[in-house]
Design a protein around this ligand. Structure first.
Ligand SMILES: *[C@@H]1O[C@H](CO)[C@@H](O)[C@H](O)[C@H]1NC(C)=O
Ligand SMILES: *[C@@H]1O[C@H](CO)[C@@H](O)[C@H](O)[C@H]1NC(C)=O
Ligand SMILES: *[C@@H]1O[C@H](CO)[C@@H](O)[C@H](O)[C@H]1NC(C)=O
Ligand SMILES: *[C@@H]1O[C@H](CO)[C@@H](O)[C@H](O)[C@H]1NC(C)=O
Length: 278
């Protein structure tokens, strides 16, 4: 009897310890704080839905309560409808400090009926300049769609509705730095990007349309707080198979409208090294 109890307690303890190190999170109330915007960010339905708003005084934002080292996360977003020109809605991962790492989804709004741009970027040790921009194959303001980031020691993959659109592989063996030392926070914000977002800043926010509101729901993530604790999880070694790689190439061929890797003018000393291998 006592032995059984001890075993049970050991099993419970094992799960508790493991749960701390490697866990699935997925509730806005439990896992996130609204960090700025003075009431413009709201958690609704017991943490199942979150909305961010922007008006002529302020935008708003939220971030995870904990930082993570590697993870696989899905967020559903419904973007600002109608005339969203000049607004930027983001979902990203970022560490702290000047040599920070950052993985970005940024949605650049537009006039009614004109297409949003999805801008992605990868910063490693403070160095970004790796933009890739896409049009989407649907209207991102009509319904929720799923935007995902897989970040493991071997690769970073951005997905839209489970279709991979971009990959940044670990090329440390070619001296390309890779984010694998600094834990990152999960963050989101809605803000005024009038000076650059829409047609390069030509179209500004029309404040008569304010407040602008974007919605977030069905957040789900598998995350680690220490890399060693995740060594047995299947996503930690996940990579693209040839069929997924084909889909990614298809999206890039048909929907990518800017790629830093083909912008030779911007890099007179030569394109970044990773461009040779992607
Ligand atoms: C913001 O908009 C409100 C309502 O349109 C207006 O009354 C106010 O003056 C504006 N404030 C600023 C700082 O632009
Ligand atoms: C989240 O909010 C709690 C309670 O207000 C606070 O103690 C904590 O420091 C906050 N964490 C972050 C990352 O903002
Ligand atoms: C907005 O619409 C214009 C005209 O169709 C297009 O050139 C631009 O790429 C669109 N998106 C953004 C964010 O500027
Ligand atoms: C991984 O799984 C193996 C076998 O299932 C186990 O022996 C090992 O302790 C596990 N490692 C971690 C870090 O959980």
């Amino acid at each position: 009897m006592a032995e059984k109890l001890v075993v049970t307690l050991m099993v419970v303890y094992f799960f508790m310890v493991n749960a701390k190190a490697d866990t699935t999170i997925g509730n806005f109330n439990q896992d996130f704080n609204i960090t700025w915007g003075d009431g413009r960010g709201k958690m609704l339905n017991n943490g199942q839905l979150l909305t961010l708003s922007l008006d002529n005084y302020s935008g708003s934002g939220f971030q995870s309560k904990n930082p993570y080292l590697f993870g696989k996360m899905d967020m559903q977003l419904k973007l600002v409808p109608g005339n969203s020109a000049g607004t930027v809605t983001s979902f990203y991962l970022s560490s702290d400090g000047s040599n920070h790492d950052e993985l970005d989804f940024e949605f650049l709004g537009n006039l009614s009926g004109d297409p949003y741009i999805l801008q992605t970027n990868v910063f490693v040790q403070g160095q970004g300049n790796r933009e890739q921009k896409f049009y989407l194959w649907f209207d991102p303001t009509k319904d929720f769609h799923t935007y995902s980031i897989l970040w493991n020691p071997e690769t970073i993959i951005f997905f839209v509705d489970q279709t991979p659109i971009r990959q940044f592989k670990n090329l440390e063996s070619y001296n390309v730095p890779f984010p694998n030392k600094q834990p990152m926070w999960i963050k989101s914000s809605l803000w005024d990007g009038s000076n650059w977002a829409t047609r390069g800043g030509l179209v500004k926010i029309d404040w008569t349309q304010a407040p602008f509101t974007a919605s977030y729901r069905n957040f789900v993530a598998q995350v680690c707080q220490k890399s060693s604790s995740c060594s047995n999880k299947s996503w930690i070694t996940e990579s693209l198979d040839s069929s997924s790689e084909g889909k990614m190439k298809w999206v890039q061929k048909n929907y990518m409208i800017y790629n830093y890797c083909t912008d030779a003018k911007r890099f007179p000393e030569g394109l970044p090294v990773e461009c040779k291998y992607t």
